[in-house]
Ligand binder design. Sequence first.
Ligand code: ZN
Length: 748
Amino acid sequence: MPPPSPAVRRAPAVTVATIIAILAALLLRNRGPEPQPATAPPASFSAARAIAFHRAVLPPVPRPIGSQAHDEVLRRLEAQFRALGCETSIERTFACNPTASCAAVANLIAEVPGGASGDRLLLAAHYDSAAAGPGATDDGVGIATMLEVARAIRGERFRNRVTFLITDAEEEGLIGAEGFVADAAASRGAAAVINVESRGTSGPSYLFETSRHNRWLVGVIAAALPRPATSSFFFSVYEMLPNDTDVTVFKRAGYTAINFANIGNVGQYHTRLDDAAHLSPRLLQHDGEHVLAMTRALGNSELRQMTDDNAVWFDVLQSFIVSWPQGWSLPLSLLMLLIVIVAAAVRVRDGQVTASMITTGVASFFFSLFAAFLAGLLAMWISGLRSLGAMWVAQPGPSIAAMWLIGIGTAIVVARLLYPFAGFDGIFLGHALCWCIVAFSLSMVLPGASYLALVPATALAVCAIVRAAREADEGWLVIVCGAVAALLHFPIALTLYDALGQPALPIIAANLALVATTFTPLIAAAEIRSALLSAIFAGAIACVGMALFLPPYTADAPRALSLRYVEESGGAHWDADALTPALHDAAPFDLKPVTSYPWLRQRSRAWRAPAPTLNLAPVELTVIGDTRGAKRQLSLLLRSPRGSQRLQLAIRSTSFESMRINGVAPAPRPARFWDPFAAGWHRVGVHGTSEARIDLVFRDNQPVELIAIDATSGLPPTGAALVSARDRSNAVPWSDGDETMTMRKVNL
Ligand SMILES: [Zn+2]
């Protein structure tokens, strides 16, 4: 082989520097915009002013439906929107979601004055919080955003009517949104919605979801957003996850929709740490700038547009959006494949490479990804030895850094092993072919993600043909392709852990190996190769070692662990979501967990200890009517004499046909629906009221098994020792929080 030219000798160092520069730029952009002070121009969004609204409206306590704080927040919100010149009304209704979680909800509707009589653009956030935390970010950031946007657009005139919709009971299953879309009078004219949600307390404001047929909408978004953090990849992945926000309901109702949310610090989500101290002004500024820009853009757009297809889109360094119709991805990836094949044929004809060398390059590509995934899996297993079972750990930094290093290092090792058999051209052309094949496959199965392979494939194809035609120097080709792949993939690699937790780690390693295949053809033969590899693997080992010694939970990133006191006719017990040594010392918990809610498809485990009986007034289940015939109609009254605002009725029957709760049938299922219930089980949830009538219809007269539960927040005083043992375990209550329940089982 000829000695490399000076440009080629410099290229590896330039490649490494480029990759590091792109990563640094992304990390900087991910911090979010500078929060604007209260003195910012009145037409712009100021995080400082939004925080003032936040303080005025949201108390530092949880506000789940049925709580006093909840009703107080509704009053304050209405007063604030009125003071900003909006016409307000409260929509009170009883609504049920598709899984029969129901609530007596109160949605706040605030109309911006002076709107035309046409379609309505909704600006939505929810004002309830989970029972376990004050929801300063979830969805306090949404609430503060809405108030500051209402202030900023005062006096502006829009083509469409602009309506703030502050929904209730989102945390209990999007029930306020269900009530709104089911209410023809309240939702008349609603055609589009901009929603702000939160999962965690920090991070950029991602535009992660839109309605379908979004090609026209992505054009509006691209023109409007000042600092977009978005891609059709998020959209595709989100569609596969069992997560929902109010937008799921709005999309089912046919609205044009865009959804903003953050996902950083997920360990604080739905806990008492989602408080004002952990509120991120940068996130608030980012959400606010997004919502304000989209309000002005959609406020003046035709809202009932429909394009047949979706767009493929992504942001570049949160500066601008690139997009094209989804249908273009497939022909474009075929075109790139053709270009690479032509380039390869030319190089083979010129005697620079052989078909078998290119085949070796193809093997190098897939082997790089596979080896990186396996190495990542092994490193995850070692670094996770102390935190088995934790989805997110307190300090994931070292584990994530290890995956980046392992991914890049493994890809270099693989290319280096195969270089003697393939040379630069064999590996480069083999990798280019594979990128095209991946682009083709993604265009078929996950078109929203196609850009991740298609754009690098385009760079590789162009470079391949340039090299074939003009003997272009390999150094610069590799730098260009590496930079393109890094710009597209690093935002994903930086988000995967927050989105998916520990299982994402080996995927991150494989993702980095994928990026590295654009530059490994060069690094494999470079002089700095050995020094670079030593540094990479020494770094990876150090990171895994650090991860192994870091505690999985800290006071600021605690374990989620709620406690329950449950009383039934046979006695009483404590249930814990997890068992810590301190908890085990405080009560004689059984070391083997039990299935606490048999009606759930995903079995929920609880650790159980005997508890003293307090003789609470038990939940009541009264038969109002029981008509047997061709069908059985069973009418029940479910009531909590303790005034609980959280009731459940689980129903086990193989002949269940339908149900109504206070006369309301569960809402229809959305396009994407996961049935949370085990086979043969159904369940009714009732929130915000302490009694409900439940009418059940069965196909035959077989006996039915019923389990009624009522729950109130907090443990009885006899649970004080358990609470303090939990608090000593770097654990906090989450979601519904600690609860006192009575349970009654009846066969009818
Ligand atoms: Zn929320």
